[in-house]
Design a protein around this ligand. Sequence first.
Ligand SMILES: Cc1cc2nc3c(=O)[nH]c(=O)nc-3n(C[C@H](O)[C@H](O)[C@H](O)COP(=O)(O)OP(=O)(O)OC[C@H]3O[C@@H](n4cnc5c(N)ncnc54)[C@H](O)[C@@H]3O)c2cc1C
Length: 478
Amino acid sequence: MAIKTKQEYIESLKQLKPTVYMFGEKIENPVDNPRIFAGINTTGATYELAEMEDYRDMITAISPFTGELVNRFTLPAQSIEDLVMRVKLNRILGGYTGTCFQRCTGLDCLGALSIVTHNIDRKYETHYYDRFIDFLKYMQTNDLTGNAGVTDMKGDRSLSPHEQEDKDLYLRVVDKNKEGIIVRGAKAHQTGSLSSHEIIVLPTRALREGNEDYALAFAIPADTKGLIHIVGRSSLDTRELEGVDCGNIRYSKYCPTLIFNDVFVPRERVFMCGEVEFAGEAVGRFSAYHRQSHGGCKAGKIDAMTGAAQIMAEYNGTNKVGHIREKIVDMIHRAETLYGCSLAASYEGKKEPSGTYFIDPVLANASKIHEGKEMAEAGRLLVDVAGGYVANLPSDKDLKNPEIGPLIQKYFKGVADVPTMNRIKMFRLVEKMVLESADTISDIHGGGSAAAHRLTIYRESDINYKKRCAKRLAGIEE
Ligand SMILES: Cc1cc2nc3c(=O)[nH]c(=O)nc-3n(C[C@H](O)[C@H](O)[C@H](O)COP(=O)(O)OP(=O)(O)OC[C@H]3O[C@@H](n4cnc5c(N)ncnc54)[C@H](O)[C@@H]3O)c2cc1C
């Protein structure tokens, strides 16, 4: 069964028995927890679209690995068209959910591994690529979601992994046997780890000799013994737990910390083990794909934000005011620039020796730098247009209170012909899109911090070509 329905996806997660803690308590059935389910529901949109006639052809493709129709979120790009389609799809999903739908990072790992395992094998005659392809087929055939276990806790940032006082601050191999390896450590900010069937681990940074134990890539089920998901508190959690969403669809993001407490990884699931010189390539490929991906989904999120700004203006009676229109245009052009940069990164993609297509990293990183600043600006514009009640809205319970409910209905009215409740619902949505920390902070840090984007741009840009341009124009001959 290569394509799952949303319901089948949810049921398949119920079969897993992960170890989960949230707010100090053990959560036995994460799928039934309203906070966690809001995240699962969002990833569910990537399955739901495959059920919808309008999007089915876009979100599915024939896999050359299985020969079957698969969800694109399990398919490393095999062509420029695949790269482009991903950005388009992300834009649709960003607009559909208004938040991060948490299935991209897994695909970014699959893309990176489909290139890097092949490159390691070429150098060392290892068999990582074949193992990886077996895993990929498993992901595709069962239409699974993967989580990206990339960011280590990192301890003292000025020290490399083996120099840390506590050697576990970067995930590492602590034992090996014929059957596999035992790993210990933790991964930070694991977007949708409980919405995922598989945890796909890559190194977090480039590594030098002496750090062989940390040069690791592998995949394990999300409920593997010894794995502990600790769901953090992020702003607006109470919406799901207390029911204060005024009827908004429950889509949201969560990013647990994932502890690997001496976890066994079977040999056939190990895709890098000790090849330090490939750690940088693995994380670099992953990050570049992820930055391309953000250009699509965040442009889609701005679509939803722009829609909300326009509607709030209509509900408030300000839609014909000049500065309001200008602000809406300022939101639209930010989305288009992000999208354009991401599409360009895709169109400029190239085929790697393994057959996978890789994007243009300079364009992808330029898109991500832009996102880091401009998503915040889009949020600021939206709040400006919507008004201060983005912050101070009475709760659902106040609305249901027989004494004050009717008063709220009376005083929260905007233009006469729009039901008050619509205006309240839209305020709630704006609050979510602008202030949901798990999503908005990812505009800055998701896929690496801004300094990492700049480093990549400088490293990957042809500075000599730019120098030649300047010297020729200046009349300097060499
Ligand atoms: C919402 C969200 C979702 C995320 N999802 C995922 C996910 O699904 N999977 C995953 O693996 N990761 C995920 N991340 C992690 C993300 O990639 C990291 O947050 C990011 O790489 C920054 O790492 P950090 O949080 O440890 O901050 P730090 O690394 O501590 O960075 C803080 C600042 O210090 C600077 N800095 C740090 N070390 C150095 C150094 N050695 N030299 C110079 N400057 C330095 C950084 O540039 C930055 O400006 C997510 C993050 C967020 C916020």
